[in-house]
Design a protein. Sequence first.
Length: 399
Amino acid sequence: MRILYVTQFFPPEVGAAANRARNFVKFWLRRGARITVVSEVPNYPTGRISKGYDRDFFRIEHLEEGLDVIRIPVVPTPSGGTIASKLINNISFYIKARHFFNIFRNRSFDIAFATTPPLGCVFLGSFLSDMLGVPLVIDVRDPWPEILLTQDSCGAACRMVVNVIARLMVSYYRKAQIIVSPVPFILQHLQRIYALKRTLWIPNGVDLDEAGRIRASSEPLKSRFTVIYSGILGRNHGAEILLDVIRRMPHVDFWVVGDGKDRPLFEKTNTQNLKYLGVKDWHRTFSLIKAADLGIVTLRDNIWMRNAFPVKGIDYLAAGKPVVVSIGGAFPKLLDEYQAGLHSESNDVEQIIASIERIRSDEALRKSMGVNALRLARDYFDMRRNASKLFDELSSLVG
């Protein structure tokens, strides 16, 4: 099967989207697929073009047998940039990719697979699907544009734009042969609004064989109980809640890995028990998770976050670490079912602290939760199985 994979984010970029794409591609190649990835010139999440690339020139990389990556020049923007700067970045990707359409015309494909956000990937995937005469499958990782409505900065004009874009998406979602998502609630929401042809839940996950080979990091030096946070540092991810917890637990060390709008809160603080470790690739991040004692997930309390399956939480599980989550919802319900972690109901800092203390002070509980965490990861978040399931569904469209 020849797959055209449209994703704005792809390694060496880091983050949930790039990791999901990396794992899909890896396992699909093992099933005999030939894949062409269309992605931006690497600049996420820092907004700085990676060394060896140029923001003004596209390039084709032959990474291994069966895998080519077409790098599209874009206007770079950091993960913590403004909505306007992100839109400019997304639009530049779409326009410049269309400009290089002849590259795609000279290749043969069986299917177009587009992942969103950003929405430009859907527009590009749909355009290429039409031009190449192949089925379109859309992977909806986050509910854009609806999630913008949860932002404090989204006023009347923003809400009007969201409604316009939501109406625009009707034809694209209905055109897709399958709508895929890592979150069941997103599929339920889209089905209710758009009357989709077919939906498929494919959770994010980890290559558990690969994860098992990664050793715990020896740096920074760990001298006492350590909690790790890895991921986006922003309002929707509870940065202020996390910082409050850190400041009120001086006897516990916290490692923070990631980037985002609230990065300066962690980078410039004088809090002695906080080590901000910057942006790391997935392998380095996972080695830090393995070295820590517990993983924390903080989230803003809204309907989307309550129904999310946070990638950082999945990574903690795959490393065999207990997980503490700041709100209730679908993911904490799984933790309760497997006894793999604890959660507060709605960003209750005292309850979050009590959960961390309970796990810290009870070694037997910590060990049993770690075993259960890995069991939960195997049952739901084994990327080999999840990617293979999606590959079988894509194959059914090709015949």
